[in-house]
Each structure stands twice: as structure tokens, then as C-alpha cells.
Design a protein around this ligand. Structure first.
Ligand code: NAP
Length: 242
């Protein structure tokens, strides 16, 4: 269902981003992995399992210039970009009174500014092609306000606002922009959470989410099945934040 489309996915060397890249590849999309770190293993996995075109690019999404350069390289290599998934994200948890300025700035810089940088860098490409699907990975942390996550909750709340602005600014050019708000998903980011943690008791489905749970919604939002949906924030959280 995504054959002939090119998807740029940030933070796709592992975790939720890698699951989204694999899901899109299984639907026939060509994949551009954009990551801070090394993504050669994930690139090789996608190439061998799905036989689509796949390239990986090193880029720090918090840098506007790096985003501009990587989008140009991907456009040259693939001929254009149809789907942008802003998934790269970090946490630097601390209570407000002890949070360092650097911890606040790093999380806002990667999560919120990184998402803005990539939307800006891809914007003209989408407008020119009169087509685009932008999927931003937010978090239920934005909706709940989690203690110890002043930086992270704020960055994700900013992403939700940015999603709505993008939906309005690009809507006339047939570009949809939606956000996914995952709850607690099993990845490196959540590996320190124990199975007996208090938060688990608050999840109606009584389990952590799998990366594939998020990838399935990302697939829907990238496909023609969601062509009349824009500016939405959809939770994948086992009922945690209802
Ligand atoms: P993860 O396993 O830590 O993966 C994050 C990826 O983003 C890593 O590959 C990381 O690269 C990359 N990255 C970090 N900073 C970057 C930067 N400045 N530029 C480019 N790439 C960068 O995280 P995850 O759990 O899969 O989370 C993916 C997204 O879902 C994040 O936005 C996160 O906030 C969101 N989310 C996750 C959960 C959860 O429970 N896991 C819940 C809600 C929302 P390196 O390998 O180099 O570090």
C-alpha cells in the first residue's frame, strides 16, 4: 500500500522508529533512516527482509543545517520524500528544582526543535509535490504532565501544538500532519521500568505496549486510508491517559 513512496524516519536505528521503518518497508515503501547514531544494522535488516531501497544518514535533528543537508541528500538519492516521521527523541528526567538548564535545552532541542527543523526542511518538497504525510511522535506525558519530566512533557506538548499548526499551514497542499501519543512502550527508553512499577497498575490493559502497536497506527497515518484525517493526536497507551 506504500509502494512508490519514500519515507524519512528519524531515530529509526532502534525502538519505535525501527519498527515503523520495518512496517513501512513491509508495505513496499523505500526507507531513509535518519539517526544520530549508527543505523547500518537496521539498514541491512530492512534491505534483506523486504528488498526495498533503504539508506541510512547520520544527522542530529536538533541542528537546522544538518536537517537541511540530510533532506537534500535524501531528495537527491530517492527523488523526493512522501512521508516524514519525526520520531527521534530523548529524555533527561529530573525534578524542576534540580533540573539543569542543559537538561531542559537538550530535550526541547531534540524533541521539539528537531521536529520543527525536519518539517521546515521537508516543507517545500511537500508543497511542490502537493502530497505529504507527516507523523509526529508525541507522548501521553504531554497530556498527563508526568512529575520529573518538565522538559519532556513540555517538548511533547509543543509537538502537539506544532502538529496542529502544520496541519493548518499545509492542508491546502494535500499534506496531512498527525501526532501519535504513545504510553509506555517496551524500548531502551523504558528499560529501567520494572514490571511491578506503580504506573503499570494504572494501565487498563495491564501491560506495556510493543513497538509494533505504535507502528500499526503510523502505517495507517501514512496510508491513503487516512487521507481525510489531519491535525489529530491519537493515543497508543493501553487506555492509560483516557
Ligand atoms: P529510543 O529507543 O531511545 O530511540 C530513540 C532514537 O532516536 C535513537 O535511535 C536515537 O539515536 C535517536 N536520536 C536521539 N537523539 C537524536 C538526535 N538529536 N538526532 C537524531 N536521532 C536522535 O526511543 P524510543 O522509545 O524508540 O522512542 C521513540 C520516540 O517515541 C521518541 O520520540 C520518544 O519520546 C517517543 N515515546 C516513547 C515512549 C516509550 O515508552 N518508549 C513513550 C512515548 C513516546 P542514538 O541511538 O544515537 O541515541
Amino acid at each position: 500500500m506504500l509502494k512508490g513512496k519514500t519515507a524519512l524516519i528519524t531515530g529509526a536505528s532502534r525502538g519505535i522508529g525501527a519498527a515503523i521503518a520495518e512496517k513501512y518497508a513491509s508495505m513496499g515503501a523505500d526507507i531513509a533512516i535518519v539517526d544520530y547514531g549508527d543505523a547500518e544494522d537496521e539498514k541491512a535488516k530492512i534491505a534483506s527482509e523486504y528488498g526495498v531501497k533503504v539508506e541510512s544518514y547520520k544527522c542530529d535533528v536538533s541542528s537546522p543545517d544538518a536537517c537541511k543537508e540530510v533532506v537534500k541528500a535524501i531528495t537527491d538519492d530517492f527523488g523526493g520524500i512522501d512521508i516524514l516521521v519525526n520520531n527521534a527523541g530523548i529524555t533527561r528526567d529530573n525534578l524542576i528544582v534540580t533540573m539543569e538548564e542543559a537538561e531542559f535545552d537538550a530535550v526541547i532541542g531534540t524533541n521539539l526543535k528537531g521536529t520543527f527543523n525536519m518539517i521546515k526542511a521537508c516543507g517545500r518538497n511537500f508543497i511542490r509535490r502537493k502530497y505529504g504525510k507527516i507523523i509526529n511522535i508525541a507522548s501521553v506525558s504531554a497530556l498527563l504532565g508526568i512529575a520529573g519530566q518538565a522538559n519532556y512533557s513540555s517538548s511533547k506538548a509543543g509537538i502537539i501544538a506544532l502538529t496542529k499548526v502544520t496541519a493548518r499551514e499545509f492542508g491546502g497542499k494535500n499534506v496531512c500532519c498527525n501526532a501519535i501519543a504513545p504510553g509506555f512502550i517496551k524500548t531502551k527508553m523504558t528499560e529501567e521500568l520494572g514490571s511491578d512499577d506503580e504506573f503499570l497498575k494504572q494501565i487498563p490493559l495491564k501491560r506495556l505496549g510493543e513497538v509494533e502497536d505504535v507502528a500499526k497506527l503510523a502505517a495507517f497515518l501514512a496510508s491513503p486510508e487516512s487521507d481525510y484525517i489531519t491535525g489529530e493526536v491519537i493515543k497508543v497507551d493501553g487506555g492509560l491517559a483516557m
